[in-house]
Design a protein around this ligand. Structure first.
Ligand code: ZN
Ligand code: ZN
Length: 257
């Protein structure tokens, strides 16, 4: 399984992009930069998109992707609340066409098909087993355990605050991709907006270690770019303290699982 990171930040600029990554070039997860960071032919290869939740930074390029790929139907998987947000704010037929229906003289067939996920119900998508699990965020959010045909597993938390320990018994990933948005200085902001800072991350990893004998490889995503240097120093300290490998994902990085 090859993970290719397109966007790994929570704020967009020339050098930082909103969260989106690809699995083996065919399965996309979140849509923060799904069109702007890919060529048209790379976009065409994507057969399905998983969305963790309905916040703008994770769904915003769904309309652009749909506009670019009108000659086939791409399946989008998310929970009902995420689809309500998408359908009422972005794919609403007002600010842009409603890509989920046929439109005379424009869409011969819908370019998007929305398929609802239920937390804890495993679905097969393109041969990957996808387990959506609820996490603690300000809107309905699911993380995904994604298992490849050769039984490699990753778990992506999506945006999450503390409280992941309830999930550890359900998953056994080789790699875990975790939200790490703020430095410790902004711990209260992290708590209020239901994200993690290094101090909160350390607690989550300790709890993980209490349940599992060994740590999976940890990769952090969704960093606040303006605080990145501060976050890196704090993450380094945790990595030494817990004696585990913690990486911070960057736009363009690839990981082979
Ligand atoms: Zn969010
Ligand atoms: Zn976010």
């Amino acid at each position: 399984m090859i993970i290719r990171f397109l966007g790994t930040h929570n704020a967009e600029s020339k050098d930082t992009k909103l969260v989106s990554f690809l699995i083996d070039n065919v399965l996309a997860v979140d849509a923060g930069c799904l069109a702007s960071e890919l060529t048209f032919s790379e976009q065409e290869k994507i057969k399905a998109i998983l969305l963790t939740h309905g916040h703008y930074d994770h769904i915003r390029e769904i309309p652009a992707f749909a506009f670019n790929n009108t000659d086939h139907t791409t399946k989008v998987y998310a929970t009902s609340q995420t689809f309500r947000i998408l359908s009422s704010h972005l794919v609403d037929g007002l600010i842009y066409p409603k890509f989920t229906i046929k439109i005379p003289f424009f869409l011969e067939k819908p370019s998007l098909k929305f398929i609802e996920l239920e937390p804890f119900d495993i679905v097969d998508i393109l041969g990957y087993q996808i387990l959506p699990l609820p996490v603690n965020h300000t809107v309905d959010t699911v993380g995904f355990e994604i298992t490849s045909k050769d039984k490699k597993k990753i778990f992506y938390t999506g945006d999450t605050g503390s409280g992941l320990s309830a999930l550890w018994e359900h998953i056994s990933p080789d790699i875990i991709l975790m939200d790490l948005t703020f430095p410790n200085r902004l711990e209260n902001r992290a708590i209020n907006s239901k994200h993690l800072c290094p101090k909160l991350l350390k607690k989550e990893l300790r709890e993980l270690h209490n349940v599992k004998d060994e740590f999976p490889k940890v990769v952090l995503i969704h960093l606040s770019p303006k605080d990145e240097e501060e976050i890196k120093k704090e993450v380094n300290e945790i990595s030494k303290e817990l004696d585990i490998s913690i990486d911070i994902a960057c736009e363009g990085d690839k990981i082979i699982v």
